[in-house]
Design a protein around this ligand. Sequence first.
Ligand SMILES: Cc1cc2nc3c(=O)[nH]c(=O)nc-3n(C[C@H](O)[C@H](O)[C@H](O)COP(=O)(O)O)c2cc1C
Ligand code: SF4
Length: 517
Amino acid sequence: MARTKIYVPRETAAISVGADDVAIAIARHAKQAGAEIELVRNGSWGASWLEPLVEVLVGDKRIAYGNVADADVADLFATGLLAGGEHDKRLGPINEVPYLISQDRWTFWRCGLIEPLSLDDFLAHQGFKALEKAFEIGPPAVIDAVKASGLRGRGGAAFPTGIKWQTVADAPGDQKYIAINADEGDSGTFSDRILMEGDPLGLIESMAIAGFAVGASVGYIYLRSEYPLARSILARAIEIARDAGWLGTGIRGSGFDFDIELHVGAGSYVCGEETAMLESLEGKAGIVRYKPPLPAHQGLFGKPTVVNNVVTLASVPNIVNLGGDRYASYGVNRSKGTLAFQLAGNIRRGGLVEKGFGISVRELIEDYGGGTASGRPVKAVQVGGPLGAYLTAAQLDTPLDYEAFTEIGAMIGHGGIVVFDDTANMAEQARFAMEFCAIESCGKCTPCRIGSTRGVEVIDRMIAGDERDENYDLLIELCDTMEHASLCAMGGMTPYPVRSVLKYFAEDFASAPGVDQ
Ligand SMILES: Cc1cc2nc3c(=O)[nH]c(=O)nc-3n(C[C@H](O)[C@H](O)[C@H](O)COP(=O)(O)O)c2cc1C
Ligand code: SF4
């Protein structure tokens, strides 16, 4: 008798709400019922609000059940789970779930679909096809496809990826590197993690394509220490790829050598800044370097290095397979392609939504996110991590387009969207921005190191009602100094959230509860 396939995600968010217990309960009940099942631990589809999201393969359909608890499993078996039976938790076929069906899943299409550590499953879903095609068409054609796609860096700075790759390809030197930024430190972001846990072999393939395109033989993944599951999944995936000849010397008869080393950071936000990351990879303290030289000219160990974010790189295999123009057909203006937006904070349906650029913040929050979890009105939304400006409710129709965001003094960054309802005190958030900078500053330059500490003090005086107008002017001046005189975006962009609070939520300084010193 054929075994029934049941999928239970092995992904950090799903596990945090009980997916492992659900998997154990399913195995136990199947045994008691004498049912033959194959339990597949897939990645997450990104609909975090539905986790644990269990699926059962019935015929050629995967029938989904959302928010399954281990206590539900007996009832689910009793109502015919194995045949996709009716139940309060039944959502219907996974490919008809509205949250997922309307997305543009270019980069995350395998997440949730496949078993992350099954090479067979990966190969059955286009795995390594793009690398093989890259070997056929050659490095210049790969770089041309990336240029034609209009892909820009998804780590924060939105620099054109094709130009970066061309610069490294053109740089003289026998040894070049690919360094993947998996530090994912921005508040409310988790897309790198979902990809690494759900499609690790896809990231490995992407790195090999980048290495082939620019002439690099070694790739490093710089992974944040807070991602232990991603660490073990990636480590195993690297072994699997190596054992099958997709990494190592002369990959699959191509003559191209490429291998990957996994490096775990030590919990510093600024180590996500590319030059601090390179210092850390070299075994030094994570302190920002002066630029120039650019990492593309003198990066890791002084050699030409491509530094790319996980999501940037993972967008490339389909660009090679389907063509840069296809990717560029998504999005608007100079913001081409898709971005994996991440809905977090006070939101009813938190999770990952991959959509073409141009969708508005409101559409994401209301249509996908279902509004605030509290049911209260949205007061502010922080897009782009802790250095991103707070948008007001009136700005929510702004399209997600890099340039449109620049125009309103905001940024898209890594696509994190953190929602606050009308009970939030924004003066406290301005203080938090400065305090975060003071704690995470690498200390190399004065405006950031000293300015952020002084910034906290000035905000505290404003909250206490001490010469509020004078301190307001002082804070504006301090923000100008930090923005224009800091060495990197840590000190240079901390003023963004602070200024947005001063501009749109200044009245909150009068009602902030203050902070115990
Ligand atoms: C303080 C700071 C933190 C950053 N953190 C990250 C991070 O966690 N992940 C990331 O990919 N990029 C981060 N960046 C951006 C990187 O410096 C760099 O632009 C990026 O890794 C380049 O890859 P991309 O072109 O694919 O985006 C950070 C930048 C700054 C200034
Ligand atoms: S701005 Fe801050 S984090 Fe960046 S180099 Fe200066 S001190 Fe370091």
